[in-house]
Design a protein around this ligand. Structure first.
Ligand code: SAH
Length: 251
């Protein structure tokens, strides 16, 4: 069996219980060495074969899985955060389908959740926004024109940018063409939940400068939106005059 496992955002104990068990049982682990905390490999058995996919091509990864599956080994493909975001897992799953190799997916805590925890923030605040936009700036990977940053910024929703820390001058300029203003709060979260995590808070008009000053060019999330500010409305769910399936209104 092959298991695609979400490693969580960084801290060794933020993998799921199921993910940890799969790591402990694995005969072969292929981990995304550019972002997965190597401390997670301490869960592996002594004789587990370990490969770093940062140094491998898709073909080589599939080759290791194919040979391991032929020997009936338990294989873990360990991805950072949750595999469903910028994980390049679909192409691996399709290759395994073609080879008739079975697999499962074990979710993980995405870094955008880790970053919110570190910021002690809630993305969806009543009266402000009920939407989180997860996106990236266009770099070597193209982004469809309909999803360009200025178009997404028109919503003024909470926004989380992955894979964009090296492109912040253009990110800042494009976001300012939408509904955000120079004063819209933003934060750069470097290595959320790792021991050397760093959080920089500021305003959108100084985003690029803040990253530059703090020497942050990668392994960071950019979060933007009024949810980082102090104004919002209380939720209806816990309001005293609001009845739900579980609680009668008390006033
Ligand atoms: N699947 C992953 C994302 C992989 S893409 C997830 O769910 O989190 C890689 C990008 O994720 C990095 O460039 C960075 O923008 C972000 N990232 C991953 N881990 C991070 C962390 N601990 N802190 C901040 N950003 C992180």
């Amino acid at each position: 069996m092959v298991s695609f496992v979400g490693a969580g955002p960084g801290a060794k104990d933020l993998i799921t219980v199921r993910g940890q068990r799969l790591l402990q049982d694995a005969d072969i682990i292929i981990y995304a060495g550019s972002l997965v905390n190597p401390a997670l490999l301490e869960y592996a058995k002594k004789d587990c074969e370990i490969y770093n996919s940062a140094e491998m091509t898709l073909e080589q990864v599939i080759g290791v899985i194919r040979r391991g599956a032929a020997r009936e080994r338990k294989i873990v493909r360990l991805h950072t955060g949750d595999p469903c975001l910028y994980g390049a897992v679909r192409e691996q799953m399709d290759a395994l389908d073609r080879l008739g190799i079975e697999y499962e997916v074990c979710p993980g805590v995405s870094s955008f959740c880790g970053a919110a925890a570190s910021l002690k923030a809630e993305y969806t605040l009543p009266g402000l926004t009920q939407t989180v936009i997860i996106t990236r700036a266009e770099g070597r990977t193209a982004v469809p024109q309909t999803e360009c940053l200025e178009a997404l910024a028109a919503h003024g929703a909470a926004m989380v940018l992955f894979l964009s820390a090296g492109l912040l001058q253009t990110v800042q300029e494009r976001l300012l063409l939408g509904a955000y203003t120079a004063d819209t709060p933003c934060a750069i979260v470097y290595k959320a939940t790792w021991e050397d995590e760093k959080i920089v808070r500021g305003r959108l008009c100084e985003l690029a400068e803040l990253a530059e000053k703090n020497g942050i060019r990668k392994t960071a999330l950019i979060v933007v939106g009024d949810f980082l500010g102090s104004d919002y409305e209380l939720s209806r769910l816990y309001a005293a005059d609001f009845s739900t399936e579980f609680r009668e209104a008390s006033v």
